[in-house]
Design a protein around this ligand. Structure first.
Ligand code: ADP
Ligand code: ZN
Ligand code: ZN
Length: 705
């Protein structure tokens, strides 16, 4: 077993320990609880302790309360079980958890137990012993797969070589690897990982969504055949997750490839952290403890004194600002490594902005084609040449709403302030927010009119319409509905790679990561909605998505020359599209940063969102108003509390939601404020239960506004 990195090499004298146990955020139980121990226990040891009438898993955190008003030994219960054989969690790991709990305003117990594999919480000592034996056997057998011959490595491009040289240098700043899609960022990660592995270190490689990047998993496995590689993500069975976590924790795994939760993987020999597609919103947890794995990766790297590489073609504006030198108005906290060119002769597709205001209206009695004629012709040309096209529409289902033209009825969800989406495949109306599903009615439920019609369109309808106007095309579709079933995504992707699909319709899901060789046309057919969204990050997200989508085309030098990215828009002169035309992320970022600075928005200010859910909108807002009143004195001048408002989708599953934005120019001041305010809010929330408050939570650095 690998020795632990505990900061307490000598056993603690008094046989009392502070144990962190799972506790809901608002239980008021924030720190460790004291227990008596049968023997001195090192901090980080996993134990089972009595709590109320249950026995629960906990982690020894410290030597217990040593203050004068600590409980007397006689008032304490003893630890029930010690998971011997499991090396204690290191001091660095505990500090990461402690920081995350404090920063994201959660209890230490919730944070700790949330990031440990669920199975670890359920095993008793005997089951535990068996698991460890099985693990030892697996390790003794050696890694899966051939360790065979070493792969022939490609010669590095000049840009890759420069980036790797900088990465080898003595810098303790995080690196931002800013490289176009196809510039060879992954190759840089792999080379840097090789260095760490050669030095006997472990590597943590993070990706936004593991299922969308099966190719990366294969590449890593092929490159490091003969090494122990494990993955960590929520798609694993509990047994797999425990096994992989243990492999990392015991130091047997050389490389951990994981999604956001892997930032908490216990790795005693950690030597490198990579965060691929660092701008991706999936790095932010969207419920419970709403942590940002990207930001925690940066914290962890500094804590453990290991390099961290954030990679993206379109960095988050926060990271970009951090990587801009002070002379360019940035914070100069990160080192920027630029790789603007695509590997080989790959070039980015030519952007064609299709101005919908100039497309002639259909003749009376004729319906408009699903896409502008010009675009349809371009797709038809591709089919003729045996090339593929990708048509992006970020809305699944057949039509977003059904409508009765007689009485005006619309397919609203009875439980949410949202429309139910019409899905033609199974003739259902489905709410994408609460899941409420019904058969499509034969006639209008309000007036009996038989003629209810779909309004607007989603991917299902677009696929159907394109099949009609392009009868020669073999159609394919990838969205969350198609890929619900296990293996369906893989199968659909395989048929695209095998050239069995001419036109692929998809949501943003297909824009990410895939290395499609024969795609020479990508079309975004309805990208305008993001231009006028209320969320200040909408434009940033849209730009990243379109850049990423464009990156799907022209990856093969043989067909890259005539590859195109089409934008169907009513706003052809919008600055976002102007920057996209030139693939000028830097210009786009500069323009966005100017706006953010004027509006005091991140990265120039720190935000937190106090969210409340209630039986009524009044109940939710009442709590927020009270919270603001109570915290007004604490807020002082440094903190701005905005008036509470309903969330963009106000009611979901019969629960009303409201939010209050909290802003400060000073991150530390915001942190201190939230910490003190929580206690007041906790109290107030108790009082509001009877008047209909259901839940409340603080979201620090919220992504969606
Ligand atoms: P990115 O991660 O930036 O999108 P990749 O690392 O996936 O780029 O590289 C794109 C393609 O180019 C891949 O097929 C990869 O194998 C190949 N590639 C990367 N670096 C080189 C190189 N130095 N020489 C030749 N091919 C390379
Ligand atoms: Zn009607
Ligand atoms: Zn609903």
């Amino acid at each position: 077993m690998t020795p632990s990195l505990s900061d307490h090499p000598t056993p603690v004298a008094a046989c009392r320990v502070g144990v962190v146990v799972e506790a809901p955020q608002h239980s008021g139980l924030l720190g460790p609880l004291d227990y008596l121990c049968p023997e001195p226990l090192e901090p980080g040891t996993v134990v089972r302790v009595p709590l109320g009438r249950r026995v629960v898993t906990g982690v020894v955190w410290d030597e217990g309360d040593t203050s004068s008003d600590a409980l007397d030994d006689s008032q304490l219960k003893p630890v029930a079980e010690v998971l011997h054989g499991l090396p204690p969690l290191s001091a660095a790991w505990r500090q990461l958890i402690q920081f995350a709990a404090g920063y994201y305003q959660r209890s230490l117990g919730e944070m700790t137990l949330m990031v440990l594999p669920p199975e670890l919480r359920q095993l008793d000592e005997t089951q535990w012993g068996r698991r460890l034996k099985r693990l030892d056997k697996a390790v003794a057998k050696g890694p899966e797969g051939e360790s065979g011959e070493a792969q022939a490595l490609p010669d590095l491009t000049e840009q890759q070589a420069q980036a790797l040289e900088a990465l080898a240098g003595p810098s303790d700043k995080p690196f931002l690897l800013w490289g176009s899609t196809g510039s060879g960022k992954t190759e840089v990660y792999l080379r840097q990982a090789q260095r760490a592995l050669d030095d006997g270190q472990q590597v943590l490689m993070m990706v936004p969504e593991i299922n969308l990047t099966p190719q990366l998993e294969e590449r890593v496995a092929a490159r490091f055949a003969g090494r122990h590689i494990v993955s960590l993500h929520s798609g694993l069975t509990p047994a797999q997750r425990l096994r992989n976590w243990l492999m990392a924790h015991t130091g047997h795994a050389d490389l951990v490839l994981g999604t956001r939760l892997s930032v908490f993987a216990s790795m005693p020999r950690l030597g490198l952290i990579v965060v691929d597609e660092e701008h991706d919103p999936s790095y932010k947890q969207q419920d419970g403890a709403r942590y940002s794995a990207r930001d925690l990766a940066v914290y962890r790297a500094r804590l453990e004194k290991v390099p961290v590489v954030l990679g993206s073609a379109t960095p988050s504006l926060e990271s970009w600002h951090n990587a801009l030198p002070a002379s360019e108005g940035g914070a100069g906290r990160y080192v920027r490594l630029a790789m603007p060119a695509r590997v080989g002769d790959g070039i980015m597709p030519t952007v064609r902005v299709l101005d919908l205001t100039r497309v002639p209206k259909p003749l009376p009695g004729r319906s408009a084609p699903p896409l502008a004629d010009e675009l349809l012709q371009a797709i038809a040309q591709r089919i003729e040449r045996g090339e593929q096209s990708l048509v992006l529409l970020n809305r699944r289902g057949y039509a977003p709403v059904l409508h009765c033209s007689d009485c005006g009825w619309k397919s609203g969800c009875p439980h949410c302030s949202a429309w139910r989406v019409f899905h033609k495949v199974d003739r259902t109306l489905r709410c994408h927010h609460c899941g409420f599903t019904e058969r499509v009615p034969h006639a209008c439920p309000d007036c009996g009119n038989q003629d209810i019609a779909p309004v607007g369109r989603g991917t299902e309808r677009l696929e159907e319409q394109l099949a009609e106007v392009l009868p020669q095309a073999r159609m394919g579709r990838i969205d969350a509905d198609v890929t619900k079933h296990k293996g369906a995504l893989e199968a659909q992707l395989a048929s695209v790679h095998a050239g069995e699909v001419d036109v692929l319709v998809g949501t943003q899901m297909v824009a990410k990561g895939h290395d499609f060789r024969r795609i020479t046309l990508v079309a975004a057919v309805n990208p305008d909605s993001a231009l006028f969204a209320s969320d200040f990050r909408a434009a940033e997200r849209q730009f990243a998505l379109l850049m990423q989508a464009a990156g799907r085309a022209g990856r093969d030098a043989q067909v890259a020359g005539h590859s195109e990215m089409w934008i169907q828009t009513w706003h052809p002169t919008h600055p976002l599209y102007a920057a996209l035309r030139r693939y000028d992320y830097a210009a786009f970022a500069a323009q966005q940063l100017r706006e953010r600075e004027m509006a005091s928005l991140p990265p120039y200010a720190s935000l937190a969102m106090l969210r409340a859910e209630g039986k009524t909108q009044e109940a939710a807002q009442h709590f927020l108003n009270r919270a603001a009143e109570l915290a007004q004195d604490l807020a002082g001048e440094a903190i701005v509390l905005y008036p509470p408002v309903p969330t963009p989708i106000q009611r979901v599953a019969n629960v009303e939601r409201a939010q209050m934005m909290i802003e400060s120019a000073n991150r530390l001041a915001l942190q201190r404020f939230l910490q003190s305010a929580q206690a007041l809010w906790l109290d107030e929330a108790q009082k509001n239960r009877r008047s209909g408050l259901i839940r409340w939570a603080v979201d620090v650095d919220p992504l969606a506004i």
